[in-house]
Write a protein that binds this ligand. Structure first.
Ligand SMILES: C[S@@+](CC[C@H](N)C(=O)[O-])C[C@H]1O[C@@H](n2cnc3c(N)ncnc32)[C@H](O)[C@@H]1O
Length: 268
């Protein structure tokens, strides 16, 4: 894998994904409060203009932030279409891009900064642990990684999810409802049934909290995916095997419960 311009992809698909992402809000999308956390953490690193930053994924807010700090950003994503769409959102079509699995990223070149938003949570737990080890080796000496990461919120049980659904004021049969509760549902799924996909968990566990008509309307929007939220203790142990935790802050936001944490890490 090497850095290159993103390959050509269908303009209509790119536009559809870009529009979909632009219409989305926190907690899936980085909030203004979290953007400010990344901003302050990058500033505190005092990186030189043109320092090399690697983005795990395509997060447009992090593309824009890297540019504001004068960094030379390379995005790494398994999905070049998503990358192209997110560069449209960020207005950064010329940043460098590496297509492929993060686990296949080369150990060389090394980076002055590695950024990501919930990226590692896309990986199953053994691969997340392996990736943490690889990332530590991909940083230049003294360099840092800045991530929002997710863990199981032990306070989210079925009654808590039911209460969150009851507090939702919009319709319960569309994408906004799914997106707004995604962190809470994935936290509960990881706690109760990590073997199920998000779709299967909705069918088996979440569905009974909804009206049959609501579940039927949501069905076409459900996906056979899993985000891995480990228990917080396990996540901290896995991180500390390879990094010093320079900063850790909870990211409490509507719909996120205590599932999201902001980390600044320095390789051991
Ligand atoms: C940055 S992550 C998380 C985004 C969002 N904050 C959320 O909670 O869903 C999403 C990106 O990771 C990419 N991705 C997932 N697994 C990957 C892997 N193993 N290697 C490279 N990219 C991957 C996806 O293609 C997608 O563009």
């Amino acid at each position: 894998m090497s850095a290159e311009s993103a390959p050509p992809v269908s303009d209509a698909v790119v536009e559809r994904i870009a529009r979909g992402w632009s219409s989305m809000g926190p907690p899936i999308r980085i909030s203004a409060a979290n953007r400010a956390r990344y901003d302050a953490a990058i500033r505190a690193l005092n990186l030189s203009p043109g320092a090399d930053a690697l983005l795990l994924g395509s997060t447009p807010e992090l593309q824009a932030l890297a540019a504001e700090h004068g960094l030379r950003l390379t995005g790494a994503d398994i999905d070049p279409t998503f990358w192209a769409a997110m560069t449209r959102v960020s207005g950064r079509p010329n940043d460098r891009f590496i297509g492929g699995d993060w686990l296949d990223l080369p150990a060389d070149p090394r980076w002055d900064l590695i950024l990501g938003d919930a990226s590692l949570n896309m990986l199953p737990w053994p691969r997340m642990q392996a990736m943490l080890a690889r990332l530590a080796g991909m940083l230049r000496p003294g360099a840092s990684a800045i991530f929002r990461l997710q863990a199981i919120d032990p306070a989210i049980d079925l009654p808590a999810l039911k209460a969150a659904f009851a507090a939702w004021e919009g319709p319960r049969d569309g994408r906004d409802f799914l997106v707004a509760h995604h962190f809470l549902v994935e936290s509960l799924r990881n706690a109760l049934h990590p073997e199920l996909t998000n779709r299967a968990f909705y069918e088996a566990v979440v569905g009974p909290l909804l009206d049959p008509a609501e579940l039927a309307a949501l069905r076409p929007l459900l996906r056979d995916r899993r985000n891995c939220y480990p228990p917080l203790d396990a996540l901290l142990t896995a991180i500390e095997a390879h990094f010093h935790i320079v900063d850790r802050q909870p990211c409490p936001e509507p719909g996120a419960g205590a599932t999201a944490f902001f980390f600044v890490l320095r390789a051991r």
